[in-house]
Design a protein around this ligand. Structure first.
Ligand code: ADP
Ligand code: MG
Length: 447
């Protein structure tokens, strides 16, 4: 008994509690102290594996840090392995070298912690990261839409909330498989897919002395369900590249693939489930003389999608989604009667009736006042999140890119000079030009 008491005192001291606490009752301790006492108990038999289940849940930030540091120190000193169960990404990031992401009873992704948090492969992992303000301090939080459902034995459990589901996802339970070095994912599509890929794109306007190289060997990819920002100062070639990626303009050389198919002319813009593009200037984005209803319904009319009544219903729904009225009186107004912000929303509604998998938004808020722009962007990001389409967000505004983009491409004088996860590129730019952009007035400085 005496030896056990002595060991207890040693264990308490080891976890940073004074030995005199050994005869205190649990209710006399704070939450953090109780957690330490539990760690001491767990270590009393010298385990080779320590399993910690939500070790820091319900602790304040300071106690949380103490527990994390304590566990890491003990692990280093005593050499046990540790399995940390947590829903807190900062804890996972601080304590672990490898993660398994679990959802509704299945492991959906596994890999080295740093790589997994920086470049998630499963749409669920990406959704978790986007929901965690601590991982991306400058970004807004956007939870994963929908609810967990108990999936059948023969379907992907994340199927109902996935931004890139295909018919096959409901027909089989995907197994965890290696898709690249040390990275495993359970997804019949091998994780987040590349929706749009442009490679080696060149475009020169004019000839001779006055020629302008608007795009030089540009390569860029947009993945399903993500927001990708294309940033650069005015004249850097962003619009030209966006037009080439959508098929509106032809490159001099290079290739653009959408879902693996070459993009040519209106091959992807003139159908549902393809690419839509919304331009900078709300006044030229919509036809003056059409009514609002005609403007939003027109793409569906051209495609003869469903009956006229159905098309009208879809148009009204789209107007509601962009928070515009959809009553008769409003529908019959002509576009020139609207404000810039309203016209821009009409243009977005018109794009969204086509249920695009990719929306290209070219400086859509540049001509709006700050409040209208903020509303517009929250609306758009909200729709992107709930409907799950991918977005290529073209802007010269870095602060905006930092708020909404998962990944960024930085363009200068026709070239892509830097790209990667937003926090990496804008948080610690490696290219002089990006540094310059980041130091301009209005750019958000990073920690
Ligand atoms: P950004 O959208 O980044 O401002 P743009 O793609 O509009 O850049 O323009 C890139 C360069 O190409 C600019 O120097 C611009 O003057 C030139 N450019 C764009 N469109 C045309 C055109 N239709 N004819 C000639 N030059 C053009
Ligand atoms: Mg432009």
């Amino acid at each position: 008994k005496a030896a056990a008491a002595e060991k207890t005192r040693r264990l308490l001291e080891m976890v940073g509690l004074r030995a005199s606490w050994s005869d205190a009752y649990p209710h006399q301790l704070s939450g953090g102290m109780r957690q330490k006492a539990l760690v001491a108990m767990a270590l009393s038999c010298d385990p080779e594996v320590l399993l910690v289940d939500e070790p820091t849940m319900a602790l304040d930030a300071v106690s949380k840090r103490e527990i994390v540091e304590l566990l890491l120190r003990l692990r280093a000193e005593r050499g046990f392995a540790m399995l940390v169960i947590s829903h807190e990404l900062p804890v996972v990031s601080a304590m672990t070298s490898r993660v398994m992401v679990m959802y509704s009873g299945s492991v959906l992704e596994e890999g080295p912690t740093e790589a997994l948090l920086k470049d998630p492969l499963h749409p669920y992992t990406r959704g978790l990261i986007s929901s965690s303000p601590s991982v991306n301090p400058y970004r807004d939080m956007w939870g994963i839409p929908g609810e967990v459902v108990v999936a059948g034995e023969k379907q992907c459990p994340f199927f109902n909330r996935c931004t890139q589901r295909v018919d096959g996802c409901a027909g089989e339970l995907p197994a965890l498989k290696t898709v690249r070095d040390g990275r495993r994912v359970a997804c019949i599509r091998d994780g987040i897919v590349t929706l749009l890929g442009g490679s080696g794109i060149d475009k020169t306007y004019g000839a001779g002395e006055r020629s302008v190289a608007a795009c030089v060997d540009c390569s860029l990819e947009v993945r399903a369900g993500e927001v990708c920002a294309l940033i650069g100062e005015s004249g850097s070639g962003k619009t030209t590249l966006a037009e080439i990626l959508s098929g509106i303009a032809r490159p001099d050389s290079g290739e653009v693939l959408f879902e693996g198919r070459p993009v040519r002319g209106n091959s992807e813009t003139s159908k549902t489930g393809g690419i839509q593009i919304v331009f900078q200037d709300p006044l030229s984005a919509t036809n003056e003389h059409l009514t609002i209803e005609e403007t939003v319904r027109e793409p569906l009319d051209i495609l003869r999608e469903g009956t006229k009544t159905e098309r009208l219903r879809v148009a009204r729904e789209a107007l509601k989604n962009v928070q515009l009225p959809s009553d008769e009186d409003f529908l019959k107004r002509r576009c020139f009667m609207l404000s810039g912000g309203q016209r821009q929303r009409v243009a977005v509604a018109r794009a969204l009736v086509m249920r695009p998998k990719l929306l290209i938004a070219d400086e859509i808020s540049a001509m709006l006042d700050p409040s209208t722009a903020a509303n517009m962007l929250r609306l758009l990001k909200g729709l992107q999140n709930s409907q799950g389409f991918a977005m290529l967000f073209v802007t010269h505004d870095l602060a905006l890119a930092q708020k909404i983009a998962d990944r960024v491409y930085v363009m200068r004088s026709g070239r892509i000079v830097e790209h990667g996860p937003t926090e990496d590129v804008l948080g610690s730019p490696t290219v002089e030009y990006t540094k310059l952009l980041m130091s301009a007035p209005g750019a958000v400085r990073s920690a």
